[in-house]
Design a protein around this ligand. Sequence first.
Ligand SMILES: [Zn+2]
Ligand SMILES: [Zn+2]
Length: 176
Amino acid sequence: MKEKNRSRLRFNFGFLIEGDLGESREIELDYPRIRVSDDVVLKPLQGKFQVSRTSKGLYLQGVLTSHIETECTRCLNAVDLPISIELDDLFYYPPAEAPEGEFTIGEDGILDLAPLVRELSLLEIPMQVFCREECLGLCPECGQNLNDGPCDCQIDDIDPRLAALRALLDDDQLSR
Ligand SMILES: [Zn+2]
Ligand SMILES: [Zn+2]
């Protein structure tokens, strides 16, 4: 069984496909943790969305909330970033009539939400993410995480405020 790579965000909406236009259902998600794709893990994934039968397929609308695992831009440590995923998308049925690049529902009535949730989740990650505002990042010389403590590298162009502090400390040591 190749269950491992199978999306756990698959829904059988065959009953809605067979239903009347305008018929809808509310779906509630509550996953403590879910791997959406090789590169996206969400924990938790919660929220509700409405699925409505339209002439073109199924229209999904709702808001999911989650945290996505990403990394700090400065120190590369893992960061759990809170995100909200707004669903406002049409999944085409029958799949053969879908325009190029649009989401579709399988002939079997199965809708896989994972590709859309993955795409929307990744869009929620800003260009820069910091584990905390004052993250010190990695030493450009040795790569040590400076949040864990200073390294032994001598770096000349240090922060001027730190330079002033260091000068004070040196004076203090001299005067003893
Ligand atoms: Zn950091
Ligand atoms: Zn260093």
